[in-house]
Design a binder for this molecule. Sequence first.
Ligand SMILES: [Zn+2]
Length: 237
Amino acid sequence: MQKKINEFLELQKIDIDIAEFEKTFETVPTKLNELRNKIDLEERKMVNLKEKIESQNLELKELNLEVESANQKIEALEEKLFSINSTKEFEALQKETGDLKRLKLGIEDNQIKLMENLENSQKSLNENEAKFNEEIEPLRQEIDELQKNLDDCNLKKNKLLNEREGKTKELDKDLLKTYENLLRNKPPVIVPIIGESCGSCFIKIPPQTRIKVLQEEETILCPFCNKILISETENND
Ligand SMILES: [Zn+2]
């Protein structure tokens, strides 16, 4: 029994190390996701702004063409005015020219508004780009470091898991089954009695149970916290 338990204590050391790794890096994947999402969000903002600027530029180009074509029409009408003799026709043409000029003024108003909007968009983009370079870009390095640590940790953990697998092959099957079931509640699974109490929950063990533990003939569980109990001296590393 003593030898058996010692083998399991070695396994338990590995399991405690594995649990430590898992605990240390428990929050890293979430943190990595948060950082990546933050970068994505800021990048998307800039893409949206660039698209907005592009469409505003196109719109401005169209307005310029509209003004140009209005100018040409106005010029043509004004030339025509000179060659007209009929007053009625003259008035009609003059009205038409006046309408076109008003239309042109409307377009020019829109041009001015659009140019202001475009300027604001460009300003926002510049601000976002500056913020990105200053605050967001350095996050990539943070991500790289976290990811590297996580990879290292997983590598070490996998090594431990391999070592564990090798070890479990040599162990007593029945005790291993009990041990693994208890392991679900996190290591340690095997704890020494301290004085008259369980070394995990510190509740006083009934004398008969304690005697059985000291006899070391069978696997005895703490009746309160379900840890495998061993006598105090056995846990000397
Ligand atoms: Zn206990």
